[in-house]
Design a protein. Structure first.
Length: 110
C-alpha cells in the first residue's frame, strides 16, 4: 500500500535523484548524498531505499543499454514521479514549519 510520507533517508534519496537529473543511478545518487548531504551511505542502502520509493510510486525507473564495462549489465536509471515530488514538497513545508521560531536553531538562548 502506498504511503504519503518519507523517511529522512528517502527524502535525501529523492532530492539526490532530482539533483543528479537524467543520469541518476546508484553511484551518482550516493555521491550526491555524501557530497551535499554530508552523510556517508552504503550503495546497498541506496538501492534498498530506491526500491522502497519505487514500490510506493515516488520514483520510476528505466533501464539503460548493457555495457561491456559493467559485464554486460545495464544501469537502472531513476526519476522522481509527480507523487514523489509532491511528497518532497510536503516534507519541505512540514520541516520549514517545524524549524520556524526555534531560538536554539538561530543560535539564541530560549
Amino acid at each position: 500500500m502506498p504511503r504519503d510520507y518519507l523517511t529522512d533517508f528517502e527524502l535525501m534519496l529523492l532530492l539526490a535523484v532530482l539533483r543528479v537529473g537524467d543520469e541518476a543511478y546508484g553511484v551518482p545518487i550516493a555521491r550526491a548524498i555524501e557530497a551535499v548531504g554530508e552523510r556517508r551511505v552504503m550503495l546497498a542502502a541506496v538501492y534498498a531505499g530506491l526500491d522502497r520509493l519505487e514500490r510506493n510510486g515516488f520514483v520510476a525507473t528505466t533501464t539503460g543499454t548493457p555495457t561491456p564495462e559493467r559485464g554486460g549489465r545495464a544501469k537502472k536509471y531513476f526519476r522522481v514521479t509527480p507523487d514523489g515530488l509532491r511528497a518532497a514538497r510536503q516534507a519541505q513545508r512540514a520541516f520549514t514549519r517545524l524549524w520556524t521560531g526555534i531560538p536554539e536553531l538561530r543560535g539564541e538562548r530560549p
